[in-house]
Design a protein around this ligand. Structure first.
Ligand code: CA
Ligand code: CA
Ligand code: CA
Ligand code: CA
Length: 237
């Protein structure tokens, strides 16, 4: 593998490369500095047609062992030329970005791709809130990265209705979804989502009859788990 020969890629610097011959993989070594929790990967082709289905895999350095896979490009379902602009939630540290053809069965010796990365802090003050144990009181947050889950915790008295309100100030790339879970943190008793967050501000407001009094969890995420918008803002209660 190419860990030891990886090219060091500086933050904010765009470089070009090509996937040739088939099974070629390009290794880039990148650093997420202390205090930063978001890694933005931008990857695109320089031309409109190529036989390559561009994709990437993100690995974290694992001293003394092979790096561990910690992320991938989103599934590409729309056809056409692949272009990525994706946020990953990560810890500070050293990572490897591996750019390749999906399936490792195509090559393009003529045309190049462009890749770059930047890092940022996560402005969502509720983080980390990715599971039942770290659930926070209802409030504002953002789906800052691919696969981000935001857990909120609330309780209702027997016979009460639970009002869930999930809104944004304006359009966002994220197609917001919430699920209501019982106090076991697993059993889903309801969910709502929107088809396209870019069409208008999100406004999901519903009253739910709860089966019993007690603790409930509301989990907010992107409907497909692929989209994110660290600048966006969601509110739930
Ligand atoms: Ca190459
Ligand atoms: Ca391919
Ligand atoms: Ca979040
Ligand atoms: Ca989260």
């Amino acid at each position: 593998m190419g860990w030891s020969t990886a090219d060091t890629l500086a933050e904010g610097k765009e470089v070009t490369g090509s996937v040739c011959p088939a099974r070629d993989k390009d290794f880039f070594k990148i650093t997420v500095p202390q205090g930063k929790r978001l890694l933005r990967v931008q990857l695109k082709f320089t031309v409109e047609t190529t036989p390559i289905q561009l994709t990437y895999i993100l690995y974290k350095e694992n001293p003394g062992k092979d790096p561990m896979q910690v992320g991938t490009a989103p599934l590409w379902t729309s056809g056409g030329i692949r272009t990525y602009d994706v946020y990953h939630c990560v810890d500070p540290g050293t990572y490897y970005l591996v750019v390749k053809d999906d399936g490792d069965d195509n090559a393009d010796g003529k045309n190049a791709y462009k890749v770059s990365f930047t890092t940022d802090s996560d402005k969502d003050n509720n983080e980390v809130n990715n599971d039942v144990a770290s659930a926070k009181a209802p409030g504002s947050g953002t789906i800052s990265c691919k696969g981000d889950l935001d857990y909120f915790k609330t309780s209702v008295s027997a016979g009460d209705l639970l009002e869930v309100k999930l809104t944004t100030a304006g359009p966002t790339k994220v197609d917001l979804k919430y699920s209501i879970l019982l106090d076991d943190g697993k059993t889903k008793i309801g969910e709502e989502s929107i088809a396209d967050g870019m069409k208008a501000a999100t406004n999901l407001t519903s009253l739910w009859a709860m089966p019993k009094g007690g603790t409930y969890y509301v989990v907010v995420e992107d409907r497909t788990g692929n989209k994110s918008d660290p600048a966006g803002c969601t509110r739930s209660r």
